[in-house]
Design a protein around this ligand. Structure first.
Ligand code: PLP
Length: 395
């Protein structure tokens, strides 16, 4: 029996990247005592008002089929939200509700790229991006994101990689794993290239509401010169601590949405009315949990910086947003993979190796900020201890 080539293209993308995380989960299930800082889940439950709204909608029988684009109240709520954000009138014909940013990205990329095309993606990148692009048959062209530029994508690095096959510039700001936030000037420079080479811009904005104090979020969709070629994807997973609801959307031009609608209808045909009701409520008001998460994650990132930066050769990059901090361990002479494996075995601490996110983060670790301060503090002690042992051995 034969399988379609997409199964080959996706086969190697999952497992190996998550080895440490899977191992840590097995150790925890076996009752072992360890600190797990591999993945980022919101550190608070979904707000009670939202779960109550979903339950009330179920009780009210909001369980029928929806139209293919999404429930009207949700589309209206999102249109109002993006109209306020952009200062332009965004219509419901520009929005499609989809189950989470992940599905939205998959559908959007299906509509924009195919075999032979190239998609420019910042490296390091969120672990599923390679699969999203290669599902379409297109090729990922990594654009190095450099610590000396705060991991913000530089127009010169993009320009050097544009070819006649380039179709899409795939942005993620705030960025996972580095917590970098593109400035309006960065976006203007990247956007000028997109205009010059007629590229689409896909903008994953799932961390929009987790920007730390002192940094301003900016989006290519808010720039009127770029709006027509930009598609935004987002969800309530992070902003409302509600990843399990799988409730997201994409916003683009009316022409783009008209093209995407049949793709979305073919995949799903509409969202779930009770989840749409709860999401409409969520996006109509300021999130009751986002500001608290952002301030706790900023505090924990500052703690990691204070505890580890300059200690035993370690360097800590200060994130500007999101749920993670990245630590440069190259001075120890170990790869991120080896350091993370030894941390788990010798120190009972699970973090992600930078290599799981791309070659630009080789020799780094990604540390989740979603556990309590005491655990983050103890994790720093363990990271510093392994680095010290490693340096002694090398001396
Ligand atoms: C950068 C990025 N994009 C997308 C997602 C997926 O989000 P969602 O739960 O909305 O599918 C995540 C989840 O961690 C992420 O970090």
């Amino acid at each position: 029996m034969r399988f379609a080539p997409i199964t080959d293209r996706l086969a190697d993308l999952g497992g190996a990247k998550w080895e440490i995380h899977v191992l840590a989960k097995q150790m925890l299930a076996a009752g072992e005592d360890l600190i797990q800082l591999t993945i980022g889940e919101p550190d608070v439950p979904t707000p009670a008002a939202l779960t109550a709204a979903a339950k009330a909608a179920i009780d009210a029988g909001r369980l029928g089929y929806c139209n293919g684009r999404g429930e009207t109240d949700l589309l209206n709520a999102l249109a109002a939200r993006y109209s306020t954000r952009t200062g332009r009138t965004i219509g419901t014909d520009q929005i499609i509700a989809l189950p989470g940013t992940q599905t939205a990205l998959y559908a959007v990329m299906m509509a924009l790229a195919s075999t032979g095309d190239e998609v420019l993606v910042g490296d390091p990148m969120y672990a599923t991006y390679e699969g999203i692009v290669s599902s379409t048959g297109a090729t990922v062209v990594p654009v190095p994101l450099r610590p000396e530029h705060g991991f913000r994508m530089q127009a010169a690095d993009v320009a050097a990689r544009i070819t006649p096959r380039t179709r899409v510039l795939f942005l993620n700001s705030p960025h996972n794993p580095t917590g970098a936030v593109l400035r309006a000037e960065d976006i203007a420079a990247l956007g000028a290239l997109a205009i010059q080479h007629d590229l689409w811009i896909v903008s994953d904005e799932v961390y929009e509401e987790l920007v730390f104090d002192g940094t301003r979020f900016a989006s290519p969709f808010d720039n009127p010169d770029l709006a027509e070629r930009t598609v935004v994807t987002a969800s309530i997973s992070k902003s409302h601590a509600a990843p399990g609801f799988r409730s997201g959307w994409c916003v683009g031009s009316p022409a783009f949405s008209a093209r995407l609608l049949p793709v979305a209808e073919t995949m799903l045909f509409g969202n779930q009315p009770f989840i749409a009701d709860m999401t409409a409520l969520a996006v109509s008001q300021p999130s009751p949990v986002a500001a608290g998460m952002a301030s706790r994650f900023a505090r924990r990132a500052a703690l990691i910086h204070a505890r580890l930066n300059g200690v035993n050769g370690l360097r800590v990059h200060q994130p500007e947003a999101g749920m993670f901090a990245v630590v440069d361990i190259r001075a120890t002479g170990l790869s991120g993979n080896d350091f993370a494996r030894r941390l788990l075995a010798e120190e009972r601490l699970a973090v992600m190796p930078g290599e799981s996110f791309g070659t630009s983060l080789a020799g780094w670790l990604r540390v989740s900020l979603t556990q309590k301060d005491e655990l983050i503090d103890e994790a720093c002690t363990r990271i510093a201890r392994l680095a010290a042992r490693q340096l002694e051995k090398a001396a």
